[in-house]
Design a protein. Structure first.
Ligand code: S3P
Length: 187
């Protein structure tokens, strides 16, 4: 169903995709705040649902993590669709065909944050919570980019190159009613 401009309060679901470190969570949170809608982060939802870290889940096998991630995605899309919402996904969500189909079906916009390898390496260099980067972040990120680029590309309705951009708020983003903040039901 297409959106028309005379329906400003219609449902809007925005899904962010992209590699680890591309900024999905921080951009998503800011976008949701600016739009005053709920924010959902599939990695956080997996952690909340399982009470385990991504690293602990990967220790049980990547497929175990992907199953929990799929549940979180379905839940996030469902909840976002009930009102409006921004969904930040884990970088590997697009590797599961059913996930791609659900995103395509539910999202009004899919934003691909496309970052280059140097940026991704820099942004993922702190923290040890990304087991897929063990044993050399650059090489692993290059591999993932090779494998996933076309998936992000085919799913996205909008590609944003993050080159040289930070997710810091711009000084011109104050809104008339910006004191009203959305309830964050993501955690
Ligand atoms: C993964 C990305 C991570 C997390 C897990 C696997 C991936 O999320 O879901 O470590 O396969 O690219 P972020 O993209 O939020 O770091």
């Amino acid at each position: 169903m297409g959106m028309s401009h005379d329906q400003p309060h219609s449902t809007r679901v925005i899904v962010l995709v992209g590699l680890m470190g591309s900024g999905k969570s921080s951009v998503g949170r800011r976008l949701a705040n600016a739009m005053r809608v709920n924010f959902y982060d599939t990695d956080e939802m997996v952690a909340a649902a399982t009470r385990k870290s991504v690293r602990e889940l990967f220790a049980e096998g990547e497929s175990a993590f992907r199953l929990h991630e799929r549940d979180a995605l379905i839940d996030a899309l469902e909840r976002a669709s009930q009102g409006s919402g921004v969904v930040a996904t884990g970088g590997g969500v697009v590797t599961i065909p059913e996930n791609r189909a659900d995103i395509e079906h539910r999202a009004d916009a899919v934003v691909w944050l496309d970052a280059d390898i140097d940026e991704l390496v820099a942004r993922t260099s702190s923290g040890t919570h990304r087991p897929l980067l063990d044993g050399g972040a650059r090489g692993k990120l290059e591999e993932m980019q090779q494998e996933r680029r076309s998936l992000y590309e085919s799913l996205a309705t909008l590609r944003v190159s993050t080159k040289g951009r930070s997710s810091l708020p711009s000084p011109n983003t104050s809104w008339p009613n910006s004191d009203r903040s959305p309830d964050d039901s993501s955690s």
